[in-house]
Design a binder for this molecule. Structure first.
Ligand code: NAD
Length: 100
């Protein structure tokens, strides 16, 4: 194994592909993602098998610390895509941080 990496936003479109390729290359893999309701309807089909999954809002320092503990590298792919900005503006995407 070539070390444990984290892909933040790793359940998203881009992040899940990055995580899958890195897993195939033999890396240990942690995925950190808030599974934002605006981006996901339940567990996303792209979530790579074999990855440790940490569900949480990476804006929360405790979540961020847990996410990077022991990793040797980070691929940072979280996003709130433009088409979801209306939900962000209404507060729908702030819910995870508000619970923290
Ligand atoms: N999708 C494309 O075609 C495309 C093309 C070029 C570049 N990009 C870029 O790639 C990046 C990722 O885009 P995507 O299409 O994968 O978006 P996506 O919405 O599919 O995935 C983003 C992920 O980030 C997570 N996320 C957002 N905020 C978070 C937070 N605070 N804590 C934890 N997780 C959080 C969401 O839950 C989601 O799973 C963006 O910067 C985008 O601009 C995307």
């Amino acid at each position: 194994m070539a070390g444990v990496l984290i892909v933040t936003g790793g359940a998203g479109f881009v992040g899940s592909h990055v995580a899958a390729r890195l897993l195939e290359a033999g890396h240990g893999m942690r995925v950190g993602d808030a599974l934002l309701p605006a981006a996901h309807d339940g567990r996303p089909p792209g979530m790579p098998d074999g990855a440790e999954v940490l569900v949480g809002d990476l804006r929360d320092p405790a979540v961020a610390h847990a996410a990077v503990r022991g990793v040797t590298g980070i691929s940072h792919q979280p996003a709130i895509m433009e088409e979801r900005m209306a939900e962000f503006a209404t507060g729908a995407l702030r819910a995870p941080a508000a619970r923290g």
